[in-house]
Ligand binder design. Structure first.
Ligand code: ADP
Length: 185
């Protein structure tokens, strides 16, 4: 059985684990023969949305573009994983309303945890004032009110978070249920 197209929208603070979990899911799904694409916010901003700033207006334009591409792919049978901070609830809901199969995944970790990880060194720059308008520091993050799945990455392993998302996809019939060789998901 083939997978259905779906957009998995990972939202959360920088360093919360969106990309890491999306990559883990990608490995699982590709191993089961699913068609998968990842639209990573950091990469999108170097091409599709190159030149956009981090003002609310530009962030919204960026999210609309990503949502547009995700919708094109997912309606053609691709599992699209978007990993983008996407801090504003209204634009996330707008994208949800224009996308046929849409799952919102809230990648939740306390700011202190994200900041201590500081994967890209951006929190240090934001604290030093070198970067302005950084989400969580001097720009808002609006939590999802009704996410389809919430991953608590300060409490769960990457594989546990990935398994939760895949289980939800399976229960919605978006991917076939596949047991791995050792019987665990
Ligand atoms: P984001 O895409 O949200 O900015 P990244 O995935 O780039 O975040 O970075 C998250 C960091 O947190 C990675 O270094 C990852 O290894 C680490 N990490 C630790 N525990 C987890 C977890 N349970 N889930 C996801 N990432 C985790």
């Amino acid at each position: 059985m083939l997978n259905k197209g779906v957009t998995l929208w990972f939202t959360g603070l920088s360093g919360s684990g969106k990309t890491t979990i999306a990559r883990a899911i990608e490995r699982r799904l590709k191993a089961s023969g699913c068609r998968v694409e990842i639209l990573d916010g950091d990469i999108v901003r170097t091409n599709l949305s190159k030149g956009l700033t981090f003002s609310k207006e530009d962030r919204d334009i960026n999210i609309r573009r990503v949502g547009f591409v995700a919708n094109l792919l997912s309606r053609n049978g691709v599992i699209v994983m978007v990993a983008a901070i996407s801090p504003y609830r209204e634009i996330r809901d707008e994208v949800r309303s224009m996308t046929e199969n849409f799952m919102e995944v809230y990648v939740n970790a306390p700011l202190e945890v994200c900041e201590s990880r500081d994967v890209k060194g951006l929190y240090a720059k934001a604290r030093a004032g070198t970067i302005k308008g950084f989400t969580g520091i001097d720009d808002p993050y609006e939590e999802p009110l009704d996410a389809d799945v919430t991953c608590y990455t300060a409490l769960e392993s990457v594989e546990e978070s990935a398994a939760k998302v895949v289980a939800q996809m399976e229960s919605l019939g978006l991917v076939p249920v596949v047991q791995s060789v050792n019987g665990r998901q």
